[in-house]
Each structure stands twice: as C-alpha cells, then as structure tokens.
Design a protein around this ligand. Structure first.
Ligand SMILES: [Mn+2]
Length: 324
C-alpha cells in the first residue's frame, strides 16, 4: 500500500468509489472509510453501487451513519470520471462496468482476471475495511468515531467476528480501531442483523442437508440474496462434522452457490471453480467462495442435479487433496 500514490492518482479528478453489486457491510464500510480519507486530504469523491440494498445489516449501516452511497442509475457518470473500486476488482462477475475509468483498486479477494490500474492494492486479508483502516494508521490521518465504528463493523461482519479468513493485519487493525469505535453500537447492529424471512432459507437448508464425510451440501429451493446464502453456508459450517459447506439456491437465472471451507489443503475458490468447470463458474478466497450455474446448464430432475453437484465437488476435493 502506498497512500501517497493513491492520493496522487485521484487528485484533480471527478471520482467515484464503486463497490461490488448488492454491496455487503464490508463493501459499504470500505467505500465510506475511503471517501472520508480522501476528504481529509482535500479530495471529494462520490460513492456508488449497482443492484440494491435490502438486507437489514446493510440498510441499518447506511441509515445509522447517514452514508451517502447511491445506486448508479441515480448518478450522472461520465467517461472521463475516475473510478476507485473497493472490495472488488475489474472483470468480477459481481461488478458492473460503469462509465468512467477504473484507475484504482483496493480489495482483499484473489484476482480472477488480472488488470492494469494506476494504483493497485490487493492483499488477502479478512476484510476490505482492514485495508482501509491501515490507510488511516499509516498516513497518520485522524480517524473519527463514525469512520472507526463503520470500519470495525465491516471488519467484524466480513470476518464473521474474527472467525473467518483472519490475518494478523485484521487483528492489528481491530486493535487500532478499538479506541475510536463505539463498540456497543457495533455489537447492537451485529446482533440484530437477522430478519424473519432469513429463517425460511435456514429452514430449507436444514431440511435438505446431506452430509457426506466432512462435506455438507444443502439446497435452498427458492431465490435468496447472495448475503443470505452465505450466512446459511456459515451456519452449516458450524456443524461439528462439516469442514466444507456447499449451499446453493435456485434463481430464475440459475443456481447460485456459496461455499465455505475449513478443510486443510483445500482452497474454496479453486475448489468451486474446478467443481463447476464447464457448466458454470466460481471463485473466491481460501475459506469462502461463490459460484453459479446458469439456467441453461441445469438438470431438470432435482435429485439428479443434487447428485451431479455432489459428484463434481467430491472429485474436485479429491483432486485437490491428491495434489497436496
Ligand atoms: Mn469484503
């Protein structure tokens, strides 16, 4: 990370900080933290996303902290504008290519398709909020209570309360943010993030779960948001016997996957990519990944489809184990 270079790159331009589509708390927190960082250094920036936000965990964050992030259709974007991507990278399937030049990226996900930027900071840590917090610390930029609280919440959410993908930097940044953070507020939003409609997805996954060795596989037979499928996947991983959770939900456009892993020697992103090779795509971190099978590659019979998915993941797991 080179905070001076980042400021140099964006200064003097009309800037948009863009998150991935259907942003989660970490994406929103990162955008907000970066906007305020720029602001301190005399640089104005807007924040935007595509898709919509309706998860209570995200809606609350935006409302409580009055975060002025807007859907792209409400903005007047121009080709010569500069775009800074946070919590995502160019060519990701969950990122809309908007008008404007993607000149910079700050992300904590593995790069799927390499791309040149004027400024690039991609490091595999637990949350993008962690990286943004470090910009404050390293540059000695004063951090206020609001920014620290928002970043702490993003960090807590994306690491599942320091449970998932945590690195030393995440812990250092949590420690750094602590003194400036309203932790009561963080815990309050964190502990009230579930909605009644979420329970239907949990219920469906519990109904359908199959355990094969240490692999837990469950289908949610209706559409639900990425964030919810991911929450169900985290939940299934909590089962004592399960070290790899594979959850998929049915959408009109296809099957959406969320994969969680704590099995040594397995990389969830690579595993999902391999398992869905030829019929869809997938990718992500070592401990968490997403994937998709488009409707045209699906199988009509659900039992056959469940079996096919299971087979594909098991052989991908076996292959990965053999390579180690
Ligand atoms: Mn993130």
């Amino acid at each position: 990370m080179d905070w001076k270079k980042l400021l140099e790159v964006v200064r003097g331009h009309r800037i948009w900080i863009q998150t991935h589509n259907f942003p989660d708390p970490d994406a929103i927190a990162s955008a907000y933290g970066l906007k305020k960082f720029f602001e301190y250094h005399g640089i104005e920036a807007g924040m935007c996303y595509n898709g919509h936000v309706d998860k209570v965990s995200v809606v609350k964050l935006i409302e409580i902290f009055e975060i002025d992030i807007k859907p792209i259709e409400e903005l007047n974007l121009r080709e010569k504008d500069y775009v800074v991507l946070v919590d995502c990278q160019k060519y990701n399937s969950n990122l809309t290519d908007i008008a404007g030049d993607e000149v910079a990226v700050i992300d904590h996900h593995k790069t799927v398709k390499p791309c040149e930027y004027l400024y690039k900071d991609v490091r595999i840590v637990g949350s993008c909020s962690t990286l943004i917090a470090q910009y404050y610390k390293e540059s000695g930029t004063p951090i206020d209570n609001k920014v620290a609280t928002v970043l702490s919440y993003g960090l807590k959410m994306d690491t599942d309360s320091m449970n998932r993908g945590v690195t030393k930097l995440d812990i250092e940044m949590m420690y750094y943010l602590y003194d400036y953070t309203d932790y009561k507020l963080v815990q309050n939003i964190y502990n009230n993030g579930m909605e009644l409609r979420d329970l239907r997805a949990y219920g469906a996954a519990i109904e359908s779960i199959q355990i094969y060795g240490y692999i837990g596989v469950a289908r949610i037979p209706f559409d639900c948001q990425d964030a919810l499928i991911a929450m169900v996947s985290d939940f299934i991983l909590k089962l004592d016997a399960v070290t790899i959770a594979i959850i998929y939900a049915e959408r009109p456009t296809g099957l959406k996957f969320s994969v969680r892993n704590e099995e040594p020697g397995i990389h969830a992103g690579d595993l999902t990519m391999k398992a869905l090779e030829g019929i869809g795509d997938g990718g992500g971190h070592s401990s968490m990944a997403g994937g998709f099978i488009p409707a045209e590659n699906r199988i009509d019979n659900k039992e056959d489809e469940d079996w096919m998915i299971y087979q594909r993941f098991v052989s991908a797991v076996e292959q990965a184990k053999n390579e180690n």
